[in-house]
Design a protein around this ligand. Sequence first.
Ligand code: CNA
Length: 279
Amino acid sequence: MKLGRCKNIVVVTGAGISTASGIPDFRTPGTGLYANLEKYNVPYPESIFNIDFFTNDPLPFFSLAKSLYPGNHRPNYIHYFIRTLHQKGLLLRTYTQNIDGLEKLCGIPEDKLVEAHGSFATASCHLCYTPYPSDEAKEAIMNDQVPTCSFCAAAVKPDVVFFGEDLPQKYFLNSEDFPKADLLLIMGTSLQIEPFASLVNTVRPSVPRLLLNRDPVGPFTKVPLRKKDYVELGDLEDLVRRFAQMLGWNEDVEEMMRAQEAAMSSTSLCQQSEPQTRS
Ligand code: CNA
């Protein structure tokens, strides 16, 4: 990167980039969502994101969704590092499995972002796909009600991709992006969910792949590693901070974070004070 040889960087991320924002991942023993699902009364962890299970009983997912809905969490250093890659003209695209919306919130533009497992930003009927206003879906879910489709009366859900559902159209940009990549950066994912996990195998064999994660995953568990595969293990925020320092970017990331956070809090202050001004 320092020699200017990486100009089309593809970033692949998962829940591990948002644990520093206070959102639990799936599989970390003890703190991950899968270890804490007793209260949702589901037969096995994945069922909470299974579309057939949802058809029979949407309530466990809605109860979990209440804690995952965007609004309560802020992007962290890792999100801003990805945005810095974009700011420096080096980001081809970032592919996230996350549904927390923190990439958008930190200012990564829509055209640089693929939310491969959907998001809470829109909602629709889970059977006939009729769109449903996302703010109304959120309000119903937050009030322990089931939003229902005005066309077929089935349950509406946020457009988060469940097991057994199609991925959004934008995901298929991968067939153009991965062959173009000159560096693949993989962060905070166990690479267990297909078809997303296999994306990392679609860059050219000569392209360096760097995994930053707490533990080795996917092709990075193989010994010996593929030539040009690199792994750094540890806490992701520490690793990314060190990476930014090596590149001489730490101040840029920090500055962007300060500016965006200030902009976000002044927007929310304006929103809070608006009704008072009007009355
Ligand atoms: P996962 O299977 O839970 O794996 C997370 C990976 O990140 C694991 O390898 C962890 O060791 C690693 N990790 C977690 N925290 C850290 C940390 N602080 N430092 C270093 N490494 C860390 O999650 P995946 O993303 O691989 O699984 C895909 C699922 C998770 C997607 O379908 C998501 O929708 C779903 N998910 C998303 C969120 C979110 O949007 N924030 C939260 C929970 C689950």
